[in-house]
Design a protein around this ligand. Structure first.
Ligand SMILES: Nc1ncnc2c1ncn2[C@@H]1O[C@H](COP(=O)(O)OP(=O)(O)OP(=O)(O)O)[C@@H](O)[C@H]1O
Length: 577
């Protein structure tokens, strides 16, 4: 994972670059005290030169360092060693290829060695994401200033939360700090998964329209600290990110970041994957085998539910998401493709048909309402008019797919044939298909706790026809530790592919016309053209004219994050049920 330090020539210039500097501001001194300040400065200068002579690098002088950068460092052998003040105490500090270790300097006693071992502290370089030169500057001063030392920025883990933590190594010697700074920079540049340049999409209308502010306050400062170049687009309309991703030069970036809710994440993920298919010359108007996306995707949660962010971070925190990106934590995830009549409609992580699709369609037609009010209104209204969908559901179980694979290996199988599929025909209240667990505050164990981020299969949850009260009981269980699927009218399967053919065309169009009669036609555009069915794909409405084929593609996309079991959040009770 570590690159030979001699390759990173740019690092040798970084010492003098202003962006590498961390400023400790000091108030401008009033004119009357100028003389006193001058004498103080003189004294400080004298002290500095005294300190310099004490704490210059001890084991590895500059010549030695230059020689070392031309050869590979040996693991765990000290590269640089010196004295720094840490939290106002002098410490003996050692840098190896893997960690920085510091031990307090104390007068020798018979038990000194044992005591020192106890007081030894360290930080692993794999947890350090930035090193800066620390200077004291007066207010308004743009450059120069008194060198105070160097600061390491560590990514600290507390539960699922990631936090940045500064470790100040104070030493007033320029030579000393320069050697430490350059060596640390070279070692940090060796972590190849960490992005240097990112394309960022911000959806300004997500949830409470706070996405850009969240980016500016919680994410941009961390990216700056980690010296990541960013190219930010604030999206102007639905499909904007997709159109950019189809055409832009991706070679300039090491990753793509989306600041927004699930709809935005889904659009960016679809854009990245569609672009990969275009680049690989795949015919998306056929049932094709997709290629992986070229770049990893970072998800900064700024939506109302953020199931993708919760599933890959376990927590809805912009700073945690940003640190996963900065540290280059890669998590491969399974992705679904949605095709209709042999044509790819889109890629995504989850889909809902029936109650989930209807609720979203209704909410979308009331966009003029504030987001939470709109969702509650749609949920209550759809529950009040609860109707089952008459459809034919076919699915290829993960086991069936394994048998198919084995048969192919033995030379007795070809394409997936009808015989490998199971079918159910009848009335369903809701059908969910999810490639990721879909953790969120309303379902801390996930909407689909039976699937993992990259287990190569999707969870199929079909809720058959039942009474409204039984259906509400099932919905309420998502919020508790009770098994939400423990009802006779619910079936769950681990599947590779699903086909859903609705036949209850009349029931949906009836709802639309009835709804339109009641509502203000200026504010609520008629959504579905006749004969289409509303699907909820990652919180985005997709009108599908007929049968939808959903396939899972194992590890098609890499997200910045890690695999988590459960969302670390206090369950939120949905106030309306
Ligand atoms: N400037 C814009 N104006 C209108 N729509 C936009 C704009 N930029 C992006 N979009 C679209 O807005 C849709 C919804 O966005 P997003 O999912 O981020 O917000 P949300 O619906 O509030 O959050 P959640 O999905 O978590 O409920 C996405 O499909 C996205 O394509």
């Amino acid at each position: 994972m570590l690159e030979s330090p001699c390759k990173s020539i740019s690092v040798l210039n970084a010492w003098s670059e202003s962006q590498e500097e961390l400023r400790e501001t000091q108030p401008v001194s009033p004119h009357g005290t100028e003389k006193r300040v001058k004498t103080k400065k003189k004294k400080r200068k004298q002290k500095q030169s005294q300190k310099r002579s004490v704490s210059a690098p001890q084991l590895c002088p500059e010549e030695d360092y230059k020689e070392r950068v031309e050869t590979k460092y040996r693991p765990d052998e000290p590269i640089v060693r010196g004295i720094f003040q840490i939290e106002k105490k002098s410490h003996d500090v050692v840098l190896t290829t893997t960690r920085v270790t510091w031990t307090p300097i104390q007068p020798e006693t018979p038990t000194a060695d044992r005591d020192l071992k106890k007081q030894e502290e360290y930080v692993d370089l794999k947890d350090v994401f930035a090193v800066k030169v620390k200077r004291r500057r007066s207010a308004g001063q743009q450059s120069g200033g008194t060198l105070l030392g160097i600061t390491l920025f560590q990514c600290k883990k507390k539960g699922l939360k990631l936090k940045d933590h500064a470790i100040h190594l104070n030493n007033l010697s320029v030579d000393h700090c320069e050697i430490w700074f350059k060596t640390l920079k070279e070692l940090l540049n060796g972590f190849k998964n960490r992005p240097k340049s990112l394309k960022v999409f911000v959806n300004p209308i997500s949830h409470k329209k706070e996405a850009y502010q969240i980016y500016l306050d919680e994410v941009a400062p961390l990216f700056k600290l980690a010296d990541i170049q960013v190219d930010v687009t604030i999206t102007e309309r639905k499909g904007h990110a997709l159109s950019i991703l189809k055409d832009c030069s991706l070679e300039d970036y090491d990753g793509v970041v989306c600041v927004g809710g699930d709809g935005s994440v889904s659009e960016v993920a679809h854009g990245l994957l569609l672009r990969a298919q275009m680049d690989a010359g795949r015919d998306t108007d056929s049932i094709f085998t997709p290629v992986q996306a070229a770049l990893p995707l970072g998800v900064i949660p700024a939506g109302s539910t953020d199931v993708v962010a919760c599933s890959v971070h376990g927590i809805r925190r912009a700073a945690t998401a940003a640190l996963h990106i900065i540290m280059g934590h890669h998590q491969p995830v399974d992705v679904c493709s949605f095709s209709c009549m042999g044509r790819l409609l889109r890629f995504g992580f989850s889909a809902m048909f029936g109650f989930g699709g209807r609720t979203l369609a209704l909410a979308e037609r009331h966009r003029w309402m504030p987001p939470s009010q709109r969702r509650e209104f749609a949920l209550i209204k759809t529950l009040a008019k609860l109707k089952p969908e008459d459809c034919e559901l076919s699915f290829l179980t993960a086991k069936g797919a394994e048998d198919q694979k084995k048969a192919e290996l033995n030379g007795d199988g070809g394409d997936i044939c009808e015989g490998d599929w199971q079918s159910r025909k009848g009335l369903f209240l809701n059908i969910s298909i999810m490639a990721i667990p879909c953790l969120c505050s309303m379902a801390p164990r996930g909407l689909a706790p039976n699937t993992r981020l990259n287990n190569g299969s999707m969870a199929l949850i079909s809720v058959g026809n039942t009474s409204r009260s039984e259906f509400i009981k099932h919905l309420k269980r998502y919020n508790s530790t009770n098994n939400q699927f423990g009802f006779s009218f619910i079936e769950t399967h681990s599947v590779k592919a699903v086909r859903l053919r609705p036949s209850s065309q009349s029931s949906w169009t009836d709802d639309v016309s009835e709804e339109n009669e009641e509502s203000d036609s200026k504010n609520t555009p008629i959504i579905s053209s006749e004969g289409t069915y509303p699907w909820n794909i990652d919180g985005d409405l997709l009108d599908v004219p007929s049968e939808l084929l959903i396939r899972v593609h194992p590890q098609l996309l890499t997200l910045f994050g890690s695999d988590v079991e459960e969302a670390e959040e206090t369950p939120v009770k949905c106030s309306c049920i």
